[in-house]
Write a protein of this length. Structure first.
Length: 231
């Protein structure tokens, strides 16, 4: 395992293999190998997105099993996404690639990732409560606030996005939900029990929750056309 396999950060034909990515996720690379791989990640959307997707799959496994992820799970996660380029909001990737020198810090800020000290759960994730071809309901935790996000797709490539509280909160608390498309704010409302963003075009969005003006996290998602019931 030698870092010169990916020392050229802009050579897309010399991306690291699955074993190197797996070792990176598990914190097994040396400091110099970390540096070389991070330099490569700064110029390679494919490897960056592969790592993010693989870690997302691993986090799902961690949440369900409540125990460390075994090597086999890591390898499987990397294998599932290697060679595929998932779509993320453009600002997500741009922010991560601003500077090669600070790639590690940016990954920590966006994903709770410090490659040289292991991985931490920091991103907001949703779990499906109900789903069909044109409707999905997700349980989305923002810090200590439990919410449910419903997405109902309509016939004209638009959708209703609804956000509601899973549990009542103290009346003294003020909750605000902000919907953005990339960096552009679409709307922002006070959340008492239920709010709706109606007839939103299919696209990338993110929902942020603020408690008394303090951010409780951001949930990223994409609404797209589906076939054969795939979400």
């Amino acid at each position: 395992m030698k870092s010169d396999l990916y020392v050229d950060s802009y050579n897309q034909t010399r991306c690291p293999d699955e074993e190197i990515l797996m070792n990176y996720l598990e914190g097994l690379l040396s400091k110099s190998e970390h540096t070389a791989l991070e330099n490569h990640i700064a110029g390679c959307d494919r490897c960056l997105e592969t790592l993010v997707m693989a870690k997302s799959l691993m986090l799902d496994k961690e949440l369900f099993e409540l125990k460390p992820v075994p090597e086999a799970v890591t390898k499987k996660a990397v294998s599932l996404v290697s060679g595929k380029i998932p779509v993320w909001p453009d600002s997500f990737i741009v922010n991560l690639k601003r500077s090669v020198k600070h790639i590690g810090a940016r990954m920590f800020d966006s994903f709770g990732v410090k490659p040289w000290t292991g991985w931490q759960l920091a991103q907001i994730r949703g779990s499906k409560i109900a789903a069909s071809e044109d409707f999905v309901c997700l349980k989305v935790p923002f810090a200590k606030i439990e919410t449910e996000v419903e997405i109902e797709k309509l016939k004209n490539e638009t959708a209703h996005i609804r956000v509601k509280l899973a549990k009542p909160i103290e009346k003294t608390m003020t909750l605000r939900v902000t919907l953005k498309k990339g960096e552009r704010e679409i709307a922002s409302y006070i959340l008492n029990d239920f709010i709706a963003f109606e007839h939103m075009p299919f696209d990338h969005y993110n929902i942020s929750l603020f408690l008394d003006g303090v951010s409780q996290g951001t949930y990223f998602f994409k609404i797209k056309e589906t076939r054969n019931g795939n979400k």
